[in-house]
Design a protein around this ligand. Structure first.
Ligand SMILES: NC(=O)c1ccc[n+]([C@@H]2O[C@H](COP(=O)([O-])OP(=O)(O)OC[C@H]3O[C@@H](n4cnc5c(N)ncnc54)[C@H](O)[C@@H]3O)[C@@H](O)[C@H]2O)c1
Length: 264
């Protein structure tokens, strides 16, 4: 019998990109399972998804910096659905931006959520891949893996791209694709309150697609994730899709490129 529905785990599912991804995958007929440490936002997100028609949507409260959480989350999915088709490693954390301010507690906290949890979730999801011999993992990295920003955040996201490439090689024989998306700055709870307008304007300067007069949206990122999680990307693995409007290419603000001679 052909499996008619699929199940996706989206970590950090209650956040901006997480909810946009859940909505987008639900539209594709995928059951969204959200794992998040913010229990109130999680309950609200799942209720919204159910009200919108994703009646099987499930929320799993979990702090993924806890080393046992990935196994517990996968146990819940096993009990509820008996299968997993898509793992979206989206939960993320940023801390001190300057090297002089980094302390080890911050460094460890960022690595635990951004890098160690995706590795453990991939490990715990092996049970599904071995049985189903198909699936996809999409890791949410960031433009900073090429452009650089705070030390822990940048190192964790560059590490996540490395993990993506490792898992693509190791899980390919099980029919599992492993890719990453790398968004540029977008307005979400993830960014520091009060910095949004100034940051937005500064970021917009780097966007090659400036004609659109906007920064990235959660829906832009969700679209790339849905593509990588879908049938049309079955032969795509080990890749990074930048969802940056070209900002990953800009060594300087795009608005100055014309006067400085590098624009057509
Ligand atoms: N917002 C941006 O500008 C931007 C840019 C590039 C990449 N990203 C990446 O996108 C991802 C999602 O970010 P967002 O913009 O939707 O932010 P967000 O703050 O709206 O969502 C992040 C979610 O992750 C959850 N989370 C954090 N730590 C957790 C933990 N230990 N266990 C479980 N859940 C945890 C939070 O509760 C929150 O719901 C992150 O990995 C981030 O690094 C964001």
């Amino acid at each position: 019998m052909t499996q008619e529905w699929r199940v996706a785990l989206i970590t950090g599912g209650a956040g901006a990109i997480g909810m946009a991804t859940a909505r987008r995958l639900a539209r594709d007929g995928v059951v969204p399972v959200l794992a998040d440490r913010d229990a109130a936002a999680l309950a609200a997100g799942v209720a919204a998804l159910q009200a919108e028609g994703a009646s099987n949507a499930l929320g799993i409260p979990a702090d993924l910096s806890d080393r046992d959480a990935p196994r517990q989350v996968m146990d819940r999915i096993e009990a509820a659905f008996g299968r997993l088709d898509v793992l979206v490693n989206n939960a993320g954390l940023s801390r001190a931006r300057r090297i002089g301010e980094v302390d080890l507690a911050d460094w460890d906290a960022v690595m635990a959520v951004n890098l160690t949890a995706p590795m453990l979730l991939a490990q715990e999801s092996l049970r599904f891949w071995q049985r189903q011999r198909a699936g996809s993992i999409v890791n949410v990295a960031s433009r900073v893996w090429v452009s650089g920003a705070g030390p822990a955040y940048t190192a964790s996201k560059a590490g996540l791209v490395g993990l993506t490439r490792s898992l693509a090689v190791q899980l390919g024989p099980l029919g599992v694709t492993v890719n990453a998306v790398a968004p540029s700055y977008l307005a979400s709870g993830f960014n520091f309150p009060g910095q949004d307008e100034a940051r937005r304007a500064a970021e917009a300067e780097h966007i090659a697609l400036g004609v659109l007069d906007r920064i990235a949206t959660p829906e832009d990122v969700a679209g790339a994730i849905a593509f990588l999680a879908g049938e049309e990307a079955r032969f795509v693995t080990g890749e990074v899709i930048h969802v940056c409007g070209g900002a990953q290419l800009a060594a300087r603000p795009a608005s100055r490129a014309v006067t400085e001679g590098s624009a057509p």
